[in-house]
Design a protein around this ligand. Structure first.
Ligand SMILES: Cc1ncc(C[n+]2csc(CCOP(=O)(O)OP(=O)(O)O)c2C)c(N)n1
Ligand SMILES: CC(=O)[C@@H](O)[C@H](O)COP(=O)(O)O
Ligand SMILES: [Mg+2]
Length: 643
C-alpha cells in the first residue's frame, strides 16, 4: 500500500517521519500528474505547492486553524490531504470535485472565489473574528507572488500589520510566476532573493559553524547576525515587510519539508502577524511543466502524462482571432497599446507583445490599476486596449465608470471568456459584464457573433475616439461565420421569417438563434433573427423592428438581470411600444462547475429548448400567454405589420 493510500486527513501526515514525508510528496506528484493529465487543470501550480501544503497541514490544525488559499487553483494537495483523493477522477467535471476550494466538499475549505488577491483580507477578517471571540486559532493565508501584486493584498497587509497581537500567518508561495514571470517592483525584490537560493544555505552553514565555536563564536555570530540582517535587508523584501510592522521569515526553500516546517513552527509560535517567504518552483517534478517556459503548465487541457503534449489539437478560438486582428491593427495604429493583468497568453496578447514589446503593458494582477492607467494612457494621446476576462472586469468597474467613462476617454476593453465558461466554477463565468456595463453612461458595447464580426467590431471599437468601447466574446472554439442577409441601421438580419417573432441574439448566440428559428419554421412559426452587433446602447433600429412583430425574444450568454433583454424591454417602454418581450439569459445565481455545454443545457439555452419555449409563447398556450400586438398610436411610427 502506498503512503498516499493511507492519508485521509491531516492527522495522517502529522504522524509521518521525514523519510515518509519525502516519499509521500513523490507519490502526490505522481498522483497529480496522472490525474490532472486526464482531466485537465492547474498542474503547474499544484506541483509547486506539494511540500508547502504538507508543511502547513503538519504545523497547523485545519479546520480549527483557518487555512485560506489565494485564488484557490493551487489547492489540489490540500484536497488530497483532506480526504478527497477519490474525487480527482472527476476533477472540474459536473458533479465532481471542484478545481477550487469548495465549502460543500469539506469544512477544511473556506474560500471558493477564484478571483486573486483576496486571501489576506479573509485572513485579517478571520483573525479579528477569532480574537474578538477569544479563540486561540490561527489564520493562515497561502498567497502566490502573482496574487501579491493585487492591490487588495496591500490593503490587507496595512490592516494586518496594525495589531502585533493578531496571529496571522502569511505564506508567500513565491515561484516568480503568475502565468508569465510576475512583474513589478515587488517581484524584482522577491526575485533578487529567489535568484540567490544559495543565500539561505550559506547563512545556515554559517550559523552552524559559528554556533559550534567556543565563546567567541556566539558573540561573533551575534555580530555577523547583525551584518547578515544588513545584507539580508539590502537584497530582501524584509525591509518592505518589516517596515510595515510584519515579522518576515525567509526566504525558505518551499520544497524543503524540514525548512518549511521549521519556519512555520516559528511563525506559529510568534503569535502575531508574520510572513513566511517560501521559494518554490511551479511545475516542480514534471519535466514538460518545468520546460514550458511560457507558463510552466499553469493550466493544462488533457495531456499525455509522459510528454505533456495535448492529446487533441486546440481548435481556433475566439482569442486566436482576436489576437491576430489586434496585431494587424497594431501595425496600422501606432497609438494603440495593449494592457494585460498578468494574463498575456490567455487573453491573446502574446503576439502583440512579441510584435510591439514596448506597446504591451503587464500590470500584474491589478485590473483596477490597469483600467485607470488606461485612462491615463488615453489622456496622454494613445488608444489603450485592455484585454481582460469578463469576470475580472468586475474588479475594475468603478475605474471604468469614473476614470474612463466620466472623462470620455477612448479606451477599448476586450472581454474574453464572456458568458458561461463552466469548469472553473461560479466565480469565473463571464455573466455580469452586460449588466454592469449597462450602468455606464456613454459606453458602447459590441458582441461579435463570429470571427468575421469580431474582426469588424474590434476595428469599429478602436476607431471610436470620444469614449470607452467594449468588445465581449466567449470562451472556446470560434464560430467562423454566420452570414447576414442584410444590415439595417447597424443591425444584421440573419434570417427572415415573418412577423410572429423577432429573435434578437447577442454575440455567439446568433448561430444558436438561427438554428432554433429553423426548428420553429417547421412548426409554422415565423421567426426573424437579428444580431444587434452593438448591444449597449440598444440600437434604435431594433426598437423599430420590434414594432413590426407580435413577440420579441432576446437571447444572450450573460446575466438576465440588467442584461440585453432588460435593456431592450426598457427601450420598448421608452418608445411606448407594448410589444411583449421574453428574455432568455443566464439566471441570477451562482452556477456549479460543469462544462460550458452542460451549464448551457441546464439553463435551457439550447436550440431545442429555445424553440420549445418560443413556440409555447407564440401558441399562447396556458401559462405562456402572449397578448396580441398592441401598438400605441403614434404619427411618426409605421403601423404594425399585423394587428
Ligand atoms: C482578479 C484576478 N485576475 C486574474 C486571475 C487569473 N489568474 C488565475 S491564477 C493567476 C496567476 C496567479 O499567480 P500566483 O498568485 O503567483 O499563483 P501561482 O499560480 O504562481 O501559484 C491569474 C492571473 C484571477 N484568478 N483573478
Ligand atoms: C485560476 C485561473 O488560472 C483562471 O484564470 C482559469 O483557470 C482560466 O481558465 P481558462 O483560461 O481556461 O478560461
Ligand atoms: Mg506565482
Amino acid at each position: 500500500m502506498t503512503l498516499l493510500g493511507s492519508v485521509r486527513s491531516p492527522a495522517d501526515i502529522k504522524r509521518l517521519k521525514h523519510a515518509e514525508l519525502v516519499q509521500l510528496a513523490a507519490e502526490i506528484r505522481r498522483f497529480l500528474i496522472e490525474k490532472v493529465s486526464r482531466t485537465g487543470g492547474h498542474l503547474g501550480p499544484n506541483l509547486g505547492a506539494v511540500e508547502l501544503t504538507l508543511a502547513v497541514h503538519r504545523v497547523f490544525d485545519s479546520p480549527r486553524d483557518a487555512v485560506v488559499f489565494d485564488t484557490g487553483h493551487q489547492a489540489y494537495v490540500h484536497k488530497i490531504i483532506t480526504g478527497r483523493q477519490e474525487g480527482f477522477d472527476r476533477l472540474r467535471k459536473r458533479g465532481g470535485l471542484s478545481g477550487y476550494p469548495s465549502r460543500s466538499e469539506s469544512d477544511h475549505d473556506l474560500v471558493e472565489n477564484s478571483h486573486a488577491s483576496t486571501a489576506l483580507s479573509y485572513a485579517d477578517g478571520l483573525a479579528r473574528s477569532f480574537q474578538l471571540q477569544g479563540k486561540r486559532r490561527h489564520a493562515v493565508a497561502i498567497v502566490g507572488d502573482g496574487a501579491l501584486t493585487g492591490g487588495m493584498c496591500w490593503e490587507a497587509l496595512n490592516n494586518i500589520a496594525a495589531d502585533q497581537e493578531r496571529p496571522v500567518v502569511i505564506v508567500v508561495n513565491d515561484n516568480g510566476r503568475s502565468y508569465a514571470p510576475t512583474i513589478g517592483g515587488l517581484a524584482e525584490h522577491l526575485a533578487a532573493l529567489r535568484l540567490n537560493p544559495s543565500y539561505e544555505k550559506a547563512l545556515e552553514s554559517g550559523r552552524r559553524t559559528l554556533r559550534n565555536l567556543p565563546v567567541v563564536g556566539r558573540s561573533l555570530y551575534t555580530g555577523l547576525h547583525a551584518a547578515k540582517s544588513g545584507i539580508k535587508d539590502a537584497i530582501s523584501p524584509q525591509v518592505m515587510f518589516s517596515d510595515l510592522g510584519l515579522k518576515y521569515l525567509g526566504p525558505v526553500d518551499g520544497h524543503d519539508l524540514r525548512a518549511m516546517e521549521h519556519a512555520l513552527q516559528m511563525a506559529r509560535s510568534f503569535g502575531g502577524p508574520v510572513i513566511v517567504h517560501a521559494v518554490t518552483r511551479k511545475g516542480n517534478g514534471f519535466a514538460p511543466a518545468e520546460n514550458d517556459q511560457a507558463e510552466l503548465m499553469h493550466q493544462v487541457k488533457v495531456i499525455d502524462p509522459e510528454t505533456g503534449l495535448p492529446t487533441k489539437p486546440a481548435p481556433t478560438s475566439w482569442t486566436d482571432v482576436y489576437s491576430d486582428e489586434l496585431v494587424r491593427i497594431g501595425a496600422e495604429r501606432p497609438d494603440v497599446v495593449a494592457i494585460t493583468a498578468a494574463m498575456l497568453g490567455p487573453t491573446g496578447l502574446r503576439k502583440f507583445a512579441e510584435a510591439y514589446p514596448d506597446r504591451c503593458i503587464d500590470v500584474g494582477i491589478a485590473e483596477q490599476h490597469g483600467m485607470t492607467a488606461a485612462a491615463g494612457l488615453a489622456m496622454g494621446g494613445l488608444h489603450p486596449v485592455f484585454a481582460v476576462y469578463s469576470t475580472f472586469l468586475n474588479r475594475a468597474f468603478d475605474q471604468l465608470l469614473m476614470d474612463v467613462a466620466l472623462h470620455k476617454q477612448p479606451v477599448t476593453v476586450t472581454l474574453d471568456r464572456s458568458g458561461i465558461t463552466g469548469d472553473d466554477g461560479a466565480s469565473h463565468n463571464g455573466m455580469w459584464d452586460l449588466s454592469i456595463l449597462g450602468l455606464i453612461p456613454g459606453i458602447r458595447v459590441a458582441a461579435p457573433r463570429d470571427a468575421v464580426t469580431l474582426r469588424e467590431e474590434l476595428r469599429e471599437a478602436v476607431a471610436v475616439d470620444d469614449g470607452p468601447t467594449v468588445l465581449r466574446f466567449a470562451k472556446g472554439s470560434v464560430i467562423e461565420e454566420v452570414p447576414a442577409l442584410e444590415r439595417v441601421g447597424g443591425v444584421d438580419v440573419l434570417r427572415r421569417g415573418g412577423n410572429d417573432v423577432l429573435l434578437a441574439a447577442v454575440g455567439a448566440f446568433g448561430k444558436l438563434a438561427v438554428a432554433a428559428a429553423d426548428r420553429l419554421a417547421a412548426q409554422g412559426v415565423g421567426v426573424t433573427v437579428v444580431d444587434p452587433r452593438w448591444v449597449v446602447p440598444v440600437p434604435s433600429t431594433l426598437v423599430e423592428m420590434a414594432a413590426e412583430h407580435r413577440l420579441v425574444v432576446t437571447l444572450e450568454d450573460g446575466g438576465r438581470h440588467g442584461g440585453f433583454g432588460s435593456a431592450l424591454a426598457a427601450a420598448l417602454r421608452d418608445a411606448e411600444l407594448d410589444v411583449p418581450l421574453r428574455d432568455l439569459a443566464v439566471p441570477n445565481r451562482f452556477l456549479d462547475h460543469a462544462s460550458r455545454e452542460e451549464v448551457l443545457a441546464e439553463l435551457g439555452l439550447t436550440e431545442e429548448t429555445i424553440a420549445t419555449r418560443i413556440a409555447d409563447w407564440v401558441a399562447d398556450r396556458p401559462g405562456a400567454r402572449v397578448a396580441p400586438l398592441r401598438v400605441a398610436s403614434s404619427p411618426d411610427r409605421p403601423e404594425a405589420a399585423n394587428g
